[in-house]
Design a protein around this ligand. Structure first.
Ligand SMILES: Nc1ncnc2c1ncn2[C@@H]1O[C@H](COP(=O)(O)OP(=O)(O)O)[C@@H](O)[C@H]1O
Ligand SMILES: [Mg+2]
Length: 230
């Protein structure tokens, strides 16, 4: 696998479950290191950058967010120890979770329970997004960050994320292709290798794996309509 993300660009990774998308995100964040080849940032091998400094510049919203058994406030504030209460409210608004929090009896002081179990999957994802936005990183990684949300909330967050990640180097791993049509480059992964690469219209013209995925999802959107409460 070989690709380059120019500074300020958004690269999307798509592909079936098990293709290796999350592995890529974990390698970038140095949850583990590559055993062959290398990953560089501005020409420097990330194995030569301390995990601490790499993680200081990178904001990752992982596929499965685990929250701390503490308050919602604490869980968002974790993204930036210097943040003020106003910054935290602003991040919550951008992550479309502010109104939900305001309607809880203890608002921001509500405890989320062990691993965040008192929140739904979609609520946890939004807390994780707020945390990452608060961090104001140089480099964003979103790993199916809105997968547990209903399409309406997803769309609202996507609009905010688009504004925030504009001119920021961003890697988006997505299931719903409608959320990544704007990406500068879309990479289609299959069994750990790149099978297609290009922007949305280039890949549609190619009429290959991406175009087939797109057509399948459009057909599904047309036939299934339900609203999720997450
Ligand atoms: N730490 C690991 N060690 C070995 N295999 C792994 C590890 N993490 C994931 N895998 C395997 O690698 C493949 C890709 O996983 P993953 O990157 O999570 O896929 P995706 O995010 O595209 O669904 C899967 O077959 C998975 O079981
Ligand atoms: Mg994954």
């Amino acid at each position: 696998m070989n690709f380059h993300i120019p500074q300020g660009h958004t690269v999307a990774i798509v592909g079936s479950s098990g293709a290796g998308k999350s592995t890529l995100a974990r390698l970038l964040f140095r949850f583990y290191d590559v055993s062959k080849g290398n990953i560089t940032i501005d020409g420097t091998d990330i194995r030569h950058i301390t995990q601490q400094s790499l993680r200081a510049i990178t904001g990752i919203v992982p596929q499965d967010t685990v929250l701390f058994n503490d308050t919602i406030y604490y869980n968002i504030a974790y993204g930036n120890p210097n943040a003020t209460a106003a910054d935290i409210s602003e991040a919550a608004k951008k992550a479309e979770i502010y109104d939900f929090i305001q309607n809880l009896p203890d608002t921001f002081n509500t405890r989320v329970g062990e691993r965040g179990l008192k929140l739904s999957g979609g609520e946890k994802q939004r807390v994780a997004i707020a945390r990452t936005l608060l961090k104001k990183p140089i480099f964003f990684i979103f790993d199916e960050a809105t997968s547990a949300l209903d399409t309406k909330t997803e769309k609202l967050i996507q609009e905010n994320l688009l504004r925030i990640s504009k001119n920021k180097t961003t890697l988006i791993i997505a299931h719903r292709l409608s959320t990544i049509v704007h990406a500068n480059t879309i990479i289609v992964l299959d069994k750990g290798t790149i099978v297609e690469q290009g922007n949305h219209s280039e890949l549609m013209d190619k009429n290959g794996a991406y175009a087939r995925m797109w057509q399948r999802q459009q057909a599904e959107d047309g036939t299934i309509s339900y609203t999720s409460s997450t």
